[in-house]
Ligand binder design. Structure first.
Ligand code: HEM
Length: 171
């Protein structure tokens, strides 16, 4: 009887542990999300970019419906990683297959992924991205996100450790 009780208790504790691990994974805590084999590759790429921000230049133009950005480097390895990163992020927005869910702005981007139209084109030294939306609030999200990417370039890992606020719905 006592043994049966102990087995049941162990099962409950184990299940609670699994639920907690899953909740943390959903929030992007505790490393790679389970079931997302691509995560480690993507993380290595943006870590490389964060470490090489001084070799990256970026031009962001706000459009009425979004942004047009050009992100480039004279270093071919860095240029290649920019292209790799953006292609991978394009797929994550398309799917969607979210990352960085602990950061409110990124979580909101992924919640609205179906309203983002993303066009990416390789340039000789990096990429040109055009991101637009028909929804005025999502336009703000896109423009805010573009600013944050520029901050990643400028401040590297210090910026990546910060959280970024969601813009207000009404001006
Ligand atoms: C120096 C570091 C980084 C560079 C140069 C960079 C570059 C870019 C570029 C050029 C885009 C296309 C959109 C745009 O131009 O605004 C983009 C999109 C994206 N990046 Fe990065 N990135 C960096 C770091 C990161 C980090 C640390 C993360 C997440 C942990 C991240 C996640 C994303 C996501 C989710 C998108 C697609 C979402 C969207 O465009 O709305 N990036 N990144």
């Amino acid at each position: 009887m006592k043994r049966k009780y102990l087995t049941a208790l162990t099962t409950v504790i184990f299940a609670a542990g699994l639920l907690r691990a899953d909740a943390l994974a959903q929030r992007g805590v505790g490393g790679p999300r389970r079931g997302d084999a691509q995560f480690a590759t993507d993380r290595d790429t943006f870590h490389f970019l964060l470490a090489n921000g001084d070799k990256i230049r970026r031009d962001v133009k706000n459009l009425p419906g979004g942004v047009e950005t050009i992100t480039e480097s004279d270093d071919p390895e860095v240029a290649g990683k920019i292209q790799e990163h953006v292609a991978a992020m394009y797929l994550r927005v398309e799917k969607p297959s979210p990352i960085r869910m602990r950061d409110p702005l990124f979580a909101e981007i992924f919640r609205n992924a179906d309203k983002i139209d993303m066009k990416v084109q390789d340039t000789a030294k990096g990429i040109k991205a055009t991101e637009t939306s028909k929804d005025p609030y999502v336009v703000k999200l896109i423009q805010e996100h573009a600013k944050v990417v520029s901050l990643f370039v400028k401040h590297g890992f210090d910026e990546a450790h910060k959280s970024h606020a969601i813009p207000k719905k009404q001006p």
